[in-house]
Write a new protein. Structure first.
Length: 343
């Protein structure tokens, strides 16, 4: 029987990586909104992220985004992080804000542009070597808006070739993590639209390539916890980007739209051996436009912790779920239709 003591012990080693960009000015596709006191450079972003860890004990690392977080000395940034009680984590590439990438980056038909995108990832790997980061996370805006605009088959071949070149550059202790997204900014087809495409591409690369699951990157009604279960079965779930959405990639505070979904996702992580597993990284991917930056991140990591605690309360006996009596106090407004309840 699960006890509160054992749950608190397991919660003690939970770690949720924060995104540096959550602490800078951000906005919608129509406008970037400035707010007083917002971090102006990567050093200030790290300092703000350190405040979240100071008050929660849940956020010991900060993900970087290149070129947004370029600095003259990554050694100095690394020391600054350590002096503030945190570490530098995942390095995220950016091949979606350059004019050359209008029609794609690593999948572009032009060899020059494709090599430029590959070289950018080489730069990110150099940053990883200086910061001590383990993961290179790749999200691509590549795709097309009209049927016939380009060959989808050829783009997949070019994607595989580019990823192979990048994968060959990462070190033995490093990983390539490929994120997927259903749509936007490409609307006819996206080159990495779903977990299956990401899985196929990373499986072809090797044992140090994994899938990143962003909880806002799916079609409405998608059973995300099923995807979590399947990727854990396959040994290819590398990381999460936690956020919340009502319509598309809203990047809202995680758990804001559907806290029960967050609970179900974490439950599958626990059942699949992903919780406490260093190979499955928890990270936030959110942009705070209405709420204050630091409080927004604090609320987010606490929501993940709360969902984890609730998921740890579920006792699983054989293939049948046995829910403790206090499930009614955990989820008073959630029906348990189809679930066997032991009272």
């Amino acid at each position: 029987m699960t006890t509160f003591h054992s749950i608190s012990d397991r919660l003690a080693f939970q770690a949720i990586e924060l995104p540096s960009w959550a602490f800078g000015n951000s906005g919608t596709r129509f406008k970037v909104f400035g707010t007083p006191g917002t971090a102006r450079d990567p050093f200030e972003k790290v300092s703000d992220a350190a405040q979240v860890h100071k008050h929660t004990g849940l956020a010991p690392s900060v993900a970087l985004h290149i070129p947004w977080d370029r600095v003259d000395s990554y050694a100095d940034l690394r020391k600054h992080a350590e002096d503030n009680g945190v570490q530098l984590g995942t390095v995220n590439s950016n091949t979606f804000q350059d004019d050359d990438y209008k029609f794609g980056s690593v999948t572009h038909h032009d060899d020059r542009i494709r090599q430029k995108a590959i070289d950018h990832h080489f730069e990110c790997i150099d940053v990883m070597n200086e910061t001590g980061s383990r993961d290179l996370k790749i999200w691509l805006a590549d795709g097309t808006n009209y049927p016939g605009q380009d060959s989808m088959r050829a783009r997949q071949d070019r994607l595989a070739d580019s990823l192979q070149k990048i994968y060959e550059r990462i070190g033995e202790g490093q990983r390539l993590v490929l994120e997927y997204k259903f749509f936007e900014p490409a609307f006819y087809h996206t080159d990495v639209p779903d977990w299956g495409t990401s899985y196929v591409q990373t499986a072809a690369l090797g044992d140090r390539a994994f899938v990143c699951l962003d909880t806002g990157h799916h079609a409405p009604g998608t059973n995300i916890e099923f995807i979590v279960m399947q990727l854990l079965r396959l040994g290819k779930l590398g990381s999460f980007d936690f956020n919340s959405r009502f319509y598309a990639d809203d990047d809202l505070i995680v758990g804001a739209a559907d806290p029960f979904q967050l609970f179900r996702i974490v439950f599958e992580v626990i059942q699949g051996g992903g919780y406490g597993n260093p190979d499955v990284a928890f990270m936030l991917d959110q942009c705070h436009n209405l709420e204050a930056k630091i409080p927004g991140q604090i609320r987010s990591v606490l929501n993940v912790q709360e969902a984890t605690a609730k998921a740890l309360l579920v006792d699983v006996v054989s293939d049948r779920l046995k829910w403790p009596r206090l499930v009614t106090s955990i989820w008073p407004n959630v029906g348990l239709v189809g679930v066997a309840v032991t009272v």
